[in-house]
Ligand binder design. Structure first.
Ligand code: DX5
Ligand code: ZN
Length: 211
């Protein structure tokens, strides 16, 4: 299983050392919250301009108007951007995905914890490089995993989605094997990993990657 640690709840004053401690991960997951789609505000691209990322990054845009964030994160050099299907119509989601692909960015759609996956239209499914399945309600770290997310993953595979399925929220070493079995290929891990000391993280990353 690939792993994309989330640096949402790390100490902003030691971001570089936090990032260095997860340099064996497959990707680094940047949780961008605008205070509108979700109550909390987190990072902007400016917060990362002086940071050296050891591995590719992806921006999870929990933003009411995700397109307003595209330019700054494309300039930052992220390898992927994920937008929520809840923040615009399916037709506009298709437009935004196409615009990301035109920039050579992995284009992802996110379905929130309580959203019915059938809200992802066939056209969006055909266009998306990646589907991010939230296994919590977007908005904060440290929540409990929603087991119904497993059915969402299986449903996406049954609908013929052959792209990358990523799972985000409450993921740990107890539930990761079931996520792999259901068809996910990469997991976002926040508190389970980042609550451990930096010295312990490489070994935990390895355990996820061995699943
Ligand atoms: C929640 C974020 C998640 C979160 C994951 O809105 O999108 O990426 O930070 O953190 P844990 O693993 O603690 O649920
Ligand atoms: Zn996230």
């Amino acid at each position: 299983m690939k792993i994309a640690p989330s640096i949402l709840d790390t100490d902003p004053s030691s971001l570089q050392s936090e990032v260095d401690s997860i340099s064996t991960a497959d990707r680094i997951h940047l949780d961008i919250m605008d205070g509108e789609y979700v109550p909390r505000k987190t990072f902007t691209a400016d917060d990362f301009t002086d940071l050296q990322f050891p591995v590719p990054t992806e921006a999870h845009l929990m933003c009411a108007r995700p397109e307003e964030w595209f330019d700054s994160f494309v300039s930052l050099g992220v390898s992927g951007i994920t937008i929520h299907i809840e923040t615009q119509s399916p037709a506009r989601t298709q437009l935004l995905l196409q615009s990301l692909k035109d920039h050579g960015i992995r284009a992802g759609v996110c379905v929130d914890g309580f959203t019915d996956p059938l809200e992802i239209t066939d056209e969006v499914l055909a266009l998306a490089d990646q589907i991010l399945v939230m296994s919590v309600k977007a908005g904060k770290g440290g929540q409990s995993f929603m087991p119904e997310s497993l059915d969402k993953i299986r449903l996406l595979r049954d609908r013929g989605f052959s792209g990358e399925i990523e799972v985000d929220g409450g993921v740990n070493l107890e539930n990761v094997a079931s996520l792999s079995k259901a068809g996910a290929g990469i997991v976002v891990v926040g508190s389970f990993l980042m609550k451990k000391s930096p010295a312990e993280r490489a070994e935990i990353i390895e355990r996820f990657q061995a699943i």
